[in-house]
Design a protein around this ligand. Structure first.
Ligand code: MN
Length: 503
């Protein structure tokens, strides 16, 4: 977040004379300083001055497009700012837009207010004029209404800022696919060309043989050091520390796999990756002797996007979740198995191995067990834990052929029972509004069995994300009913068919 800035541009005009603009400028400076001093905003706001003409608006929009540190623009109309002067600039703008409908003064100064005050403080109608031109031009934006010093106003701006950071991060995101999609799977596949145009990220195939050239170069001392870190970081049986055991060798090989993966991701500048359990390198060369699940778990916690079985859409979305939530409590997850239990019916979320320890309720446990899936059925190291309880939100993007759809479901993580025979990391949740409606709506929407979960990102984040990306979003929540949800899906089908710009 420290690398990013959000620009603040105040709309005005010269009708009221230079003194008015000077006052507008002083108020804006004070407001931006106040926003930055609030401690509520994750990204610094930079005041870029008043825009008083079409030329000035266009210049600041073009400058924002070309400044790599600028991840979004906040506009506010202090005085009346005739909106035709915003047309050319808004046509140029490529960065996310937040329209802040606020006012310098909180309350009307009843005793002293005169016509000069009225001429200067016109956001009540100036922001409506600006809103009109945005709507007329179909400009996607977030509108935040509230006094700039209010916590709720600042919270909404902060949400949008985190989304802007995730968006900016995705625009040069490279996802490496080690191996292809799992054969025949439909929902995790999709149009990579459209994804790059619409969502920003680039997805490349990387031969596992190339990954293995990095694997071959990993130094034994580096592996030893990483294994020592594991033993410090995670609970484990004493046997694991005995170098004469098979379990120790498996942990050691897992650490080597992690170092190889991190090395190639860094060398290629990749922010995420996918794996395929049937493609782990040839045994006549350097190879993974087990699925690199522990590596995937730890790299996810570090912020690398991850999708299993070639699921590059989930890998990219997880990376964005990690950026937006600033690395707190998020994971790639899979709908694993159902627990029918009346009003508490729930879904166990897990994967073979790859669940991020950022959602763990307690210190994870490093364990080695046999895993009978994939090309190399073998003893396999993994972190075992259960998730924290509490509310969260899970999200996925699917490709409908003519567009992407973002599906978001509020969920409640509940206390699971012990799983002595299933030593994998997991979460247990009830999808809102309840299991039957939540799972039913998700299935009607065409949602994946993989999704990107977080505790900290509410649907408001996803609404901002979908607005910036210009993609469809459906939100399954406490108020969802199947019949209304089906209507929404049908309406959206028509909307997106007619609105070709979004398809
Ligand atoms: Mn899976």
């Amino acid at each position: 977040m420290n690398n990013y800035k959000v620009w603040f541009v105040t709309g005005a005009q010269l009708l009221y004379g230079g003194d008015a603009v000077i006052a507008v400028d002083a108020h804006s400076t004070e407001m931006v300083a106040g926003l930055n001093a609030s401690g509520k905003l994750p990204v610094e706001v930079v005041y870029k001055g008043t825009a008083n003409s079409s030329k000035e608006v266009e210049a600041v929009m073009k400058a924002a497009n070309n400044d790599e540190t600028c991840i979004g623009i906040i506009t506010w109309m202090h005085t009346f700012s005739p909106a035709k002067m915003w047309i050319h600039g808004l046509q140029q703008l490529k960065k996310p837009l937040l329209h802040l409908h606020t006012q310098y003064n909180r309350e009307i100064p009843w005793d002293t207010m005169d016509m000069d005050f009225m001429n200067l403080n016109q956001s009540a109608h100036g922001d409506r004029e600006f809103g009109h031109i945005c709507t007329r031009m179909r400009i996607r934006r977030k509108v935040v209404v509230g006094h700039w010093q209010d916590e709720e106003t600042q919270r909404k701006i902060a949400v949008w800022m985190r989304v802007c950071a995730g968006w900016a991060d995705a625009q040069d995101m490279l996802i490496l696919r080690f191996g292809d999609q799992m054969n025949n799977v439909a929902v995790t596949d999709g149009d990579k060309v459209e994804a790059e145009q619409r969502l920003g990220y680039h997805v490349d195939y990387c031969p596992v043989s190339e990954l293995m050239t990095y694997h071959a170069q990993v130094k034994d001392e580096a592996v030893d050091a990483l294994v020592a870190t594991y033993f410090q970081s995670y609970d484990h049986d004493a046997e694991l520390e005995d170098p004469s055991t098979e379990a120790y060798r498996k942990v050691w090989n897992s650490a080597k796999a992690e170092l190889a993966l991190r090395a190639i991701l860094k060398a290629k500048g990749a922010k995420g990756f996918t794996t395929n359990f049937d493609d782990l390198g040839q045994t006549d060369g350097s190879f993974f002797d087990q699925i690199p699940g522990l590596a995937s778990q730890r790299l996810m916690a570090e912020g690398y996007g991850f999708g299993a079985e070639g699921d590059w859409k989930s890998a990219a979305l997880y990376r964005t979740v990690w950026v937006m939530s600033q690395g707190t409590g998020c994971s790639f997850l899979e709908d694993y198995t159902l627990n029918f239990d009346g009003a508490n019916s729930s879904i166990l979320q897990a994967h073979m191995l790859e669940v991020c320890p950022l959602i763990a309720a307690a210190r994870p446990r490093l364990e080695v067990h046999f895993l009978g899936i994939g090309i190399r059925k073998s003893l396999t190291a993994r972190l075992v834990f259960t998730s924290k309880t509490g509310t969260g939100c899970t999200a996925t993007v699917i490709d409908l052929g003519n567009r992407f759809r973002l599906i978001v479901n509020d969920v409640e993580c509940i206390e699971p029972k012990p799983l002595p025979q299933l030593p994998v990391a997991s979460a247990l949740w009830i999808p809102m509004p309840n299991f039957e409606v939540g799972a039913g709506a998700w299935i009607l929407a065409g949602g994946t069995h993989h999704s990107c979960f977080s505790y900290g990102l509410s649907a408001e984040y996803w609404e901002d994300y979908a607005e910036i990306a210009g993609i469809e979003m459906v939100h399954i929540n406490r108020d969802t009913t199947i019949s209304e949800f089906k209507k929404e899906l049908r309406m959206n089908e028509v909307y997106y068919m007619l609105n070709k710009a979004l398809c």
